[in-house]
Design a protein around this ligand. Structure first.
Ligand code: NAD
Length: 253
């Protein structure tokens, strides 16, 4: 369990209405941060804003479809104005787009449209939010944390375009770290197995407990554990930028 004093700080957390993004919203607001909850699902945003506000947390709705550049620009501007700036941009939103695994050998199922849809929601979305938030993050000397995946570092994720998009998040993280220096630190996390209680990801990893039982840490990671790494990369990690931390229970050990 790590803590930080985020009183007076403000963050946009994308994908914040569900799963790992919601766990990050919970943790950042617990530390005193004001958080704009960005998601495409307005109903879920409103439910979480109501619930968290009743707990005394500082949250505001920031609905946007991250596949739409204008929507992202407007969302970031409105959130920054409402919060008086942006200290942290936490990119968690992502989508498998497919509802079943497409093996890497099945090239015929990988249509142009599938590639474009997956790249837009998982990779371009990160570029769009960072581009829109750049002036505010430079002003605050803030930090960006994005969400890659272990799928970006090995074959055999939900589909080839998803793996490539998540690998692209790590590459983009390096580019942005150099590009926004010395004002803004830019890092990412690469999750592996996620506790099913802490995710609504459309493509369900049914055997997550079975598959993770041989890891050095023999279980899936909780949303809180992933969120704690995001918090560390935002509020601490002062000498880290351009890095993608593998948060994988020792999968790579
Ligand atoms: N669940 C896993 O096993 C796993 C493993 C590795 C990486 N990841 C990555 O972690 C991140 C969080 O996943 P999760 O498990 O919490 O999934 P989730 O589905 O619970 O949460 C993702 C959120 O992103 C939102 N979103 C989807 N498309 C959007 C769009 N176009 N615009 C705005 N918001 C959009 C969804 O509405 C949802 O609230 C994703 O980037 C995912 O790729 C997940």
């Amino acid at each position: 369990m790590i803590t930080a004093d985020l009183q007076g700080k403000s963050a946009i957390i994308t994908g914040g209405a569900s799963g790992l993004g919601l766990c990050a919203v919970e943790l950042f607001t617990e530390m005193g941060c004001t958080v704009a909850i960005c998601d495409v699902n307005e109903e879920r945003i409103n439910a979480q804003v109501t619930r968290l506000s009743e707990m005394g947390r500082h949250v505001l709705p920031a609905p946007a479809d991250l596949r739409d550049t204008n929507a992202v620009d407007n969302m970031v501007k409105q959130a920054a104005e409402a919060m008086g700036g942006i200290d942290y941009l936490v990119n968690v939103a992502g989508h498998s787009v497919t509802l079943e695994i497409i093996p890497p050998g099945d090239l015929q199922s990988q249509t142009e449209q599938l590639w474009q849809d997956i790249m837009s929601v998982n990779l371009m979305s990160v570029f769009r939010t960072v581009k829109a938030a750049e002036p505010y993050l430079r002003e605050s000397k803030g930090a960006v944390v994005s969400t890659s995946s272990m799928s970006g570092f090995r074959s055999g994720g939900s589909s080839t375009p998803y793996c490539v998009a998540k690998g692209g998040v790590a590459t983009l993280t390096k580019e942005l770290a150099r590009g926004l220096s010395p004002d803004v630190r830019v890092n990412a996390i690469a999750p592996m197995y996620v506790d099913p209680n802490d995710t609504n990801f459309p493509l369900k990893w049914e055997s997550v407990f079975e598959d993770s039982k041989d890891l050095p840490i023999p279980r899936p990671g909780t949303g809180r554990e992933y969120a704690e790494v995001m918090l560390f990369l935002c509020a601490g990690a002062g000498y880290m930028t351009g890095e993608t931390l593998h948060v994988d229970g020792g999968y790579n050990a």
